[in-house]
Design a protein around this ligand. Structure first.
Ligand SMILES: *Cc1c(COP(=O)(O)O)cnc(C)c1O
Length: 379
């Protein structure tokens, strides 16, 4: 089955009860048993729910994995991965990470004795010098948020395999439409399904996808034991979202390219971060591991400061000023005060997240309307 078919049919079967073509929303916490243990595969909805199960099979299918797990948020999914570790274990991660991931690592799990190293991984070889016999996990995002750095998943996977370290990739920005990390050697793929997979800014959800049975079983155990699952209604919505992932992504990419080029040619723009540009430092890697370049763009205007950036964002009429990304509607954000406010200013600026940086999640509206909106806002 090809990707565009998998988004609709992957892992799905018609409901066994009445043949419903769409998965019913099994809004139930528990299931009748004829005798203790005598049930039809479902006992209690933290452990298993048929609607969530259908979604988990869809997750596995679209990422070319074998096992999928759905969580109550992207961060709950990341939390489950870190719970594979023990005190004393070490994690190496990128230094321009999603702010909430950085906060979870440093403000929660460091207190449990897990050590995190943050470093630029645009050069995969950089990894070697940070690996010790305590390193158990490499955590990578690509493209990174919000600087759109590209990390060579295949190269990182080769190094992680050599050292017998797990590699997890946060594939939220790219989605499996653009890149499939398991095929490039990653062990775990994570999504904030809140973003492109759900696609309509109407739910909060996380996903993990793996190929290896042993890792899957450990994660299923954590999912059930810690209990950060999503409900059946949200599972239904996410499944519905995934069915149009490929058509939405195609338009996100087309609009993204038009807007990135418009911004690059604009006399008031200093710099545009988008991996589709040939002068993007890792453009060749992006070209080899991604199908197209996505709808996430960051930019800085010339001689601008915090207030100038805020003014542009406030002037936008079609783009909504909001956290999040990946919905059908265009959003604009100010990383320094929003998504990345939990990263100290000093750390933030080292990676380019300056006060004047603006991040766009380009939606699937008419590209000309979006460009006109940016034109009037930038002035
Ligand atoms: C939003 C996001 C997360 C966190 O996901 P939630 O669903 O908000 O918990 C993690 N990684 C990336 C790249 C994100 O954009």
């Amino acid at each position: 089955m090809k990707f565009n078919t998998k988004t609709i049919h992957g892992g799905q079967e018609h409901d066994p009860a009445y043949g419903a073509v769409m998965p019913p929303i099994y809004q139930t916490s528990t299931y009748a048993q004829s005798t203790p243990g005598g049930h039809k595969g479902y006992e209690y909805s933290r452990t298993h729910n048929p609607t969530r199960h259908a979604l988990e099979k869809s997750f596995a299918s679209i990422e070319n994995g074998t096992y999928g797990l759905a969580f109550g948020s992207g961060l709950a999914a990341i939390d489950a991965v870190i719970k594979l570790l023990k005190p004393g274990d070490e994690v190496i991660s990128t230094n321009d990470l999603y702010g909430g991931t950085y906060r979870l690592f440093t403000k929660i799990f460091e207190d449990f004795g897990i050590k995190f190293h943050f470093t630029g991984l645009q050069e995969a070889s950089n990894l070697e010098s940070h690996i010790t016999d305590k390193t158990k996990l490499i955590w990578v995002e690509t493209p990174t948020n919000p600087m759109m750095n590209i990390i060579d998943i295949k190269a990182v996977a080769e190094i992680s395999k050599k050292h017998n370290v797990l590699l997890a990739v946060d594939n939220t920005f790219a989605t499996p439409y653009l890149q499939q990390p398991l095929d490039l050697g990653a062990d775990i793929v994570m999504h904030s399904a809140t973003k492109y997979l759900g696609g309509h800014s109407d739910l909060i959800m996380g996903a993990l996808i793996v190929k290896d049975k042993d890792i899957a079983n450990r994660l299923y155990f954590i999912q059930n034991a810690s209990g950060a699952v999503c409900g059946p209604q949200d599972s239904f919505l996410a499944l519905r979202g995934i069915k149009t992932l490929h058509v939405r992504m195609q338009r996100h990419c087309e609009n993204g390219e038009k807007i990135a080029k418009f911004l690059k040619d604009h006399p008031k723009i200093e710099k545009v971060y988008w991996p589709g540009f040939e002068d993007h430092p890792n453009h060749e890697v992006a070209k080899s591991q991604m199908k197209a370049y996505g709808g996430m763009i960051s930019f800085v205007t010339k001689d601008s400061n915090y207030d100038d950036a805020i003014k542009i964002i406030e002037n936008l009429k079609i783009f909504t000023l909001a956290e999040s990304l990946g919905g059908v509607e265009s959003l604009a954000g100010h990383p320094a005060s929003m998504t990345h406010a939990s990263i100290p200013k000093e750390e933030r600026e080292k990676t380019g997240v300056v006060d004047s940086l603006i991040r766009l999640s380009v939606g699937i509206e008419d590209a000309e309307d979006l460009i006109n909106d940016l034109k009037q806002a930038i002035g």
